[in-house]
Design a protein around this ligand. Structure first.
Ligand code: F3S
Length: 759
């Protein structure tokens, strides 16, 4: 094209930003002479003010210009509602919306998809019409999973994408830096404002050798999760480097980047390799690979930059064992050879009840072909899976291809159910028979996340994550004390059957097109009608939050003192609540429903409950919050360590704000949630001395002092008044930057954005 290289096949009149990125990087290089890592290059080349931006890790907040934004249907409604209230006519950067989260897995592909189309018609119509109106590409239900669609259509080496989903780092498999954000961050970028990110540190992971036997790229990240834990990647970009990188395929690299979300990292990235060229060619984008090669300095790190990483981990692929992580947390990592012993020692349910292959982490052509190859061999030996299997392909392109090549038939013939290619059980959208009985059971999947109740709402489901091939082998074994490397399965004829380590090509000879579920952005959407019914219980226009008032944070009641792990799935559970993601009032009825309260003696039936300090009754957390709101009682939440880890959903911040919450004071925060709280005008503060958490009592009154004169880097103080009138003080830290302080005073970032726009 005379004006540049197209950004994607779907956007032939938008162009790759390499010339602008080169300019930005040149500016930064005038000041910084040391070798730059790949993520530094990507971040610096996307700066709004490359000439002056401070780039001190953990101190400065980078003002960035992402190349694109993406939202899925469970976050897009709220993001769009926020975008609408900013009063703009069109998104400033290429944006796409993907309908993948709302489809409930129950009967299988076609029926589930049709049910979703009926059940979510109102939301899908809103997303479709709002996309047309604001120039957004809309991927309708059936088009498959957001991150696979991004890699297949939009990702390019050296680019920067933000997505309202924590697994957006998946794009790192094609050398694009992907960062999961809350909807309000996405709205900033969609509105053409700088998107702010705390300047991250760099954690290098050096790969040597080559994967062997049963080990797959999933095991790189499963092992790393065990080393780093769920919070060890916080405020860091994980850069993979070393000679082992060249041995990996693009989709395998995407698997590693995808699951980097499980260590709480900002992102994860691989340098541009020949494998990425092959993948771009297979998805009809050779021109992007050519352009990347002409801009090599933007898509690979500088030589010697690895000497400047903040920390380095070594993984020898030659020696890497398959891993299985879980239950209940993705960082409880077990090498396969130790797994059976750990299961027995921990008394986890030995019998498997379900095996699942899919999710955006592991549903590539290669993944499914490996599964089919294993199934074929097992079938010829007369074996059937011993537990039900659910299988999902990552995109329509993959689904159509594996269908055409007979791969899906092979899997279905073995008795597996092929689900509609969407998130399904990965995100609690699984109508699992008997889950309400809450019986202890074990499931294994190739997914990425295994928090309590994540798949089926049953807190007693012990969920383990592994690679598709390990999951398949376990489906045939039926128990967790199995090791496919060592053990055989007895066939109906009495002969032993042993799986050999599975292999498959990464890419098909050619991808089939499949059905088209894509709605292109309209050139001019100003006449598109986008009415929201006032009677709707699923969609509700937002009313701006009120601005800060002096004394707002004085004498706050403690709504709940959260104890232990509290992910966004605990704060705003998913599953059936997805239906209310566009209706703040209704979804607020799930606030902290799954959280443990340190003020109430632990028992499953008290989870999500709190003591109403007005009546003395024990009620659900949202009931207590509403009661305080009605009585004009301001309140705060006390959080434990890494409060708000997990997904990027801003509902976890919007809900407490809507119900009258003023502050969350935690031992520490997960990055995205902390940012979401700030954006919605909730004070996000941490104890300077974490032991002060223990001193707080249910009927204490908490005052945060000095908010009106808050300054970056300056502590605030907290005054606690007990019922008997005694008081004590504690110091509180915060991470507010100068540009974020107006969010507090205006009541939210959006209020502030609107106030600037109207000046
Ligand atoms: Fe969906 Fe699970 Fe990925 S929810 S986007 S398949 S992590």
């Amino acid at each position: 094209h005379p004006d540049g290289v197209p950004l994607s096949n779907l956007e032939p009149d938008r162009f790759l930003p390499y010339p602008r990125l080169q300019e930005g990087l040149r500016e930064v290089r005038r000041r910084i002479t040391k070798p730059l890592s790949l993520s530094q290059k990507i971040l610096y080349s996307h700066l709004w003010e490359p000439e002056t931006q401070d780039v001190t890790p953990l101190k400065s907040f980078l003002k960035l210009r992402p190349d694109r934004a993406a939202c899925h249907d469970a976050t897009a409604t709220m993001a769009l509602l926020q975008f609408i209230s900013a009063g703009l006519s069109k998104t400033a950067i290429p944006t796409s919306i993907h309908s993948d989260h709302l489809i409930v897995a129950e009967h299988g592909d076609e029926i589930d998809l049709e049910n979703a189309r009926q059940q979510h018609r109102e939301v899908y119509e809103f997303l479709g019409s709002a996309s047309k109106r604001y120039g957004i590409g809309y991927w309708k239900a059936g088009s498959r999973i957001i991150h696979t669609i991004i890699v297949e259509n939009y990702a390019f080496p050296g680019g920067l994408i933000i997505g309202t989903d924590s697994h957006t780092p998946n794009a790192g498999g094609l050398g694009m830096l992907g960062v999961g954000v809350g909807g309000s961050d996405a709205v900033d970028a969609m509105a053409g404002m700088p998107w702010e990110l705390q300047c991250p540190k760099i954690a290098g992971v050096r790969l040597t050798g080559r994967l062997r036997g049963w080990a797959s790229s999933k095991d790189i990240i499963l092992k790393l999760a065990g080393i780093l834990t769920v919070s060890g990647g916080k405020s860091k970009v994980i850069e993979i480097f070393g000679p082992g990188v060249e041995t990996l395929k693009a989709t395998a690299m995407a698997t590693v980047c995808n699951m980097s979300a499980e260590v709480g990292s900002t992102s994860c990235i691989f340098p541009f390799t020949d494998a990425m060229t092959s993948y771009l060619a297979a998805t009809d984008r050779t021109y992007i690979a050519d352009a990347a090669r002409q801009n090599m300095n933007l898509v690979v790190p500088d030589e010697g930059s690895d000497h400047h990483y903040d920390e380095v981990y070594e993984i020898d692929l030659d020696k890497l064992e398959p891993h299985i992580n879980g239950p209940f947390t993705p960082d409880l990592s077990h090498p396969l050879s130790q797994f059976a012993g750990n299961v027995n020692a921990s008394s986890w349910p030995l019998q498997l009840s379900q095996a699942m292959v899919g999710s955006c982490t592991n549903s590539s052509y290669e993944d499914l072909k490996k599964v089919a190859n294993m199934v074929k061999k097992a079938s010829s030996a007369g074996l059937q899976p011993k537990v039900p299997m659910l299988v999902t392909a990552g995109s329509e392109k993959i689904q159509a291809t594996v269908r055409k090549e007979g791969i899906l038939n092979e899997i279905e013939n073995a008795g597996a159910t092929v689900l509609s290619t969407s998130c399904g059980p990965c995100v609690g959208q699984w109508n699992r028979e008997g889950a309400e009985l809450r019986e202890p059971n074990s499931v294994i999947s190739s997914y990425n996340r295994n928090f309590v109740g994540r798949h089926d709402g049953n807190p007693a489901t012990h969920s383990f994550v592994s690679s598709p091939e390990i999951v398949t082998a376990f489906a045939y074994a039926g128990t967790l004390d199995f090791n496919p490397v060592r053990d055989s399965i007895i066939t109906p004829s009495g002969a032993p059957f042993k799986f050999s380590s599975p292999t498959a090509d990464e890419l098909p000879v050619s991808f089939s097109g499949g059905e088209t579920f894509y709605q292109a952005p309209g050139a001019d959407g100003s006449s598109v009608d986008m009415a929201i019914s006032p009677e709707s219980d699923r969609l509700q226009l937002l009313t701006p939050f009120e601005p800060w008032k002096v004394g707002y944070s004085e004498d706050m009641a403690i709504l709940i003192k959260v104890k232990g792990k509290c992910t966004t799935d605990h704060i705003s559970p998913a599953g059936p609540w997805y239906n209310y993601r566009g209706h703040l009032e209704n979804i607020s009825n799930n606030l902290l429903n799954a959280a443990d309260n340190g003020f109430i003696k632990a028992a499953a039936q008290t989870r999500g409950h709190a003591i109403n300090q007005i009546t003395g009754a024990t009620e659900t957390v949202p009931e207590v919050a509403k009661s305080y709101k009605e009585a004009g009682v301001k309140w705060c939440i006390i959080g434990d360590t890494n409060y708000g880890e997990g997904s990027s959903r801003e509902h976890a911040a919007l809900e407490p704000r809507f119900l009258g919450g003023v502050a969350v004071i935690a031992r520490s925060f997960a990055r995205i949630h902390e940012s979401n709280l700030k954006k919605q005008g909730i004070l996000a503060l941490t104890f300077a001395h974490p032991l002060d958490y223990d001193r707080l009592q249910p009927d204490d009154k908490v005052s945060v002092l000095g908010v009106e004169s808050i300054e970056p880097g300056k502590q605030l103080s907290m005054l606690v008044r007990s019922r008997d009138g005694t008081t004590w003080h504690a110091m509180l830290d915060h991470s507010y930057q100068a540009g974020q302080i107006p969010w507090i005073m205006h009541g939210s970032a959006l209020n502030y954005m609107r106030s600037i726009g109207s000046q």
